[in-house]
Design a protein around this ligand. Structure first.
Ligand code: ZN
Length: 618
């Protein structure tokens, strides 16, 4: 079946809580939906379970080996504790250790493992020993001169502290052990003796601390951390942010050109922007700051409608690891850092919690299944930093990077994907993503048990079984790509009203009730906004949430001459022996066939050319 989907948005016509969310939110919050934390969700899914297993058997061991043996990241903490020896690596390398520890913590929640926990304890002892008596912790400045600390806003001291806080909160939730949490509290308290109202001004060059302080507030309920996060956000845009940087970048690179509540267009470094928007969302939710929400709405339109790739990747330029001009989306030269796609998941989750609008989950899903998932090999031990949409066959995943933000980012993202499936609000249970799982969702004094079965993303059939009664309505997301679907309750067709992309099912639910959603998932040819000059005269192939690409391995003859047209027809075939099992798409032009595979799976075989946007015969 063939459809042409006209895209009027960016590249596309697109059509909480724990992990990234905040516990302990007050009633009357602007946040209407609370994410169901992954600790309540057991994933049993043909698509995701093998990835999660690889995370344990391959990804975490690679991270640990690189951090301990192949690079000097742990040695830096040992040296800092002794106050002797040299710092090796990049000045923000501590952050990778913290992010890997966050990934270990989430893995321990899903699969307790005494040896892995002992490894985490060993690292945490080293972090604690490297903390200065005043609370400061940063191996780079401890080993290169503490007199120079806080003299350069772009040396990532608060960025590293923020990642430590995320790890400290995660490990405390995983194990109940608070040694690292106490290290984090001492660092936060120390920073607040130096910076804050009536003290020194400060603009962190790489955002992250803001969202982390809100997490610290979540577990400690100490409002001073939330207030400090808010103060740091308000510091931006007043000219305080150039310290020590010698004008290397303009303020827009750091999202520091205007006060954050006046931001209306995206600029600068993509990952920094994502973390900033997450921090703004978190503070807005807890402080009921509608000014932040207004800015975030404007920024979302600018990112998604004018600056996002079809893969959900963002940041087109290697030069600033970020944004250039609207609609400038080169394919071969695309930057699309893996961390930025994961950042899109984090931010869109938060936007959804304010609104219950499925357009945010559409983007979340697009970034998750395409831009972010491409960042890791099927074997789980090789990583992309840059995710182009076209390649001459010379771009490959690597075992690690000098700047290793992306491998450590993937290591903390994968084990926590269960957090994006469900949400709860006063009236509703929200089913946002279709991933097989069983979950026990706390609702007031009771727990509601749910089982979800599906072969998504290979087909659009979803079965939801309730094992306990529930009075809340169920809101099933109808993804933006889905044009035709049916809904059944206990085998009977239901006509449900839709609201903001959700089918609303209201009834008094009994144990054993079954909701079935059948979404048609045709192959679609997608055209870009005509203002994206790099995609003029081209089409991309998409099916359900997956963007497809053609790889030379499946199209050895005349790769550069292959084209699609109005007359092209599509077939799909599930091939269990291909790339760990994928639904491949075949485009048929007369007696010529073009083979497409999901974009996330490219570069897992012999080197060869790849492209997402294919020439189109008008
Ligand atoms: Zn990265």
């Amino acid at each position: 079946m063939k459809q042409i989907l006209k895209i009027s948005l960016s590249v596309l016509c697109l059509t909480v809580s724990a992990f990234q969310g905040v516990e302990g939110q007050k009633s009357g919050s602007l946040r209407m939906i609370e994410q169901v934390d992954f600790s309540h969700v057991k994933i049993q899914d043909a698509f995701w379970s093998p990835r999660l297993e690889k995370h344990i058997t391959a990804t975490l061991p690679v991270c640990i080996d690189q951090i301990e043996n192949k690079t000097g990241r742990i040695k830096n903490f040992e040296n800092a504790a002794k106050g002797e020896g040299k710092h090796s690596g990049i000045f923000f390398d501590d952050s990778d250790v913290y992010k890997a520890l966050e990934g270990i913590s989430y893995s321990l929640i899903n699969h307790p493992d005494a040896r892995l926990e002992a490894k985490a304890d060993e690292w945490i002892d080293k972090f604690a020993s490297a903390q200065r008596p005043d609370g400061y912790i940063n191996t780079y400045y401890t080993l290169t001169g503490l007199d120079k600390r806080w003299t350069n806003m772009d040396k990532h001291e608060m960025y590293c502290a923020g990642h430590m806080m995320e790890a400290g909160v995660a490990y405390y939730k995983a194990t109940g052990k608070r040694k690292l949490l106490d290290v984090c509290i001492r660092m936060a308290d120390y920073m607040m003796t130096v910076f804050g109202p009536g003290k020194r001004n400060w603009v962190p060059g790489h955002e992250e601390i803001e969202l982390a302080l809100v997490k610290l507030y979540g577990v400690t309920q100490q409002e001073k951390y939330l207030n400090f996060a808010n103060w740091l956000l308000e510091e931006r845009g007043h000219g305080y942010g150039s310290m020590g940087t010698e004008g290397k970048w303009n303020p827009a690179y750091y999202q520091d050109e205007v006060p954050v509540r006046r931001l209306s267009s995206i600029s600068g470094h993509a990952v920094r922007a994502m973390y900033l928007f997450c921090g703004m969302s978190d503070v807005a939710a807890l402080k009921n700051d509608t000014g932040y929400i207004g800015a975030l709405n404007r920024l979302w339109d600018d990112v998604v409608l004018r600056n996002m790739y079809i893969t959900g990747g963002i940041g087109s330029s290697v030069h600033n690891e970020g944004f250039t001009e609207d609609y400038d989306l080169p394919n071969k030269e695309a930057y699309c850092e893996t961390c930025a796609s994961v950042g899109m998941v984090f931010w869109n989750q938060r936007m959804h919690e304010f609104t219950g609008d499925s357009k945010y989950v559409d983007v979340l899903e697009r970034s998750m299944y395409n831009g972010a998932l491409a960042g890791i090999s099927l074997s789980g031990d090789r990583f992309f930093y840059v995710n182009p949409l076209e390649s001459d066959g010379d771009h490959h995943r690597q075992a690690w990077y000098g700047c290793a933000c992306c491998p450590s980012q993937i290591s903390r993202f994968l084990p926590s994907i269960g957090s994006y499936i469900y949400g709860t609000s006063e009236k509703a249970l929200w089913v946002n993503l279709y991933i097989g799982n069983t979950t026990e969702i706390p609702m007031g004094t009771r727990t509601v048990k749910i089982e979800q079965e599906t072969e998504y993303p290979w087909n659009g059939r979803v079965k939801l079984t309730l094992s306990s009664p529930m009075t809340k309505e169920i809101r099933m997301r109808i993804p933006g790509w889905c044009k035709t679907y049916t809904l059944l309750v206990n085998g009977k067709r239901m006509k449900a009203a839709t609201e903001k992309g959700y089918a609303v099912l209201q009834r008094s639910w009994k144990a054993g009730d079954v909701v079935t959603l059948n979404m048609e998932m045709p192959v679609e040819m997608v055209s870009a906004d005509p203002r994206v000059k790099q995609d003029v005269g081209k089409r991309a192939v998409q099916r359900g949430p997956l963007v497809y690409c053609m790889e030379e391995a499946d199209n050895k003859v005349d790769f550069d001459k292959l084209m699609v047209s109005k007359k092209t027809t599509f077939k799909t075939i599930f091939d269990a022996s291909l790339l760990n099992g994928v639904e491949k798409v075949q485009a048929v032009n007369g007696n010529e066939t073009i083979n497409f595979i999901p974009y996330y799976a490219w570069d897992n075989r012999e080197a060869g050319k790849m492209k997402v946007w294919v020439d189109y015969v008008p």
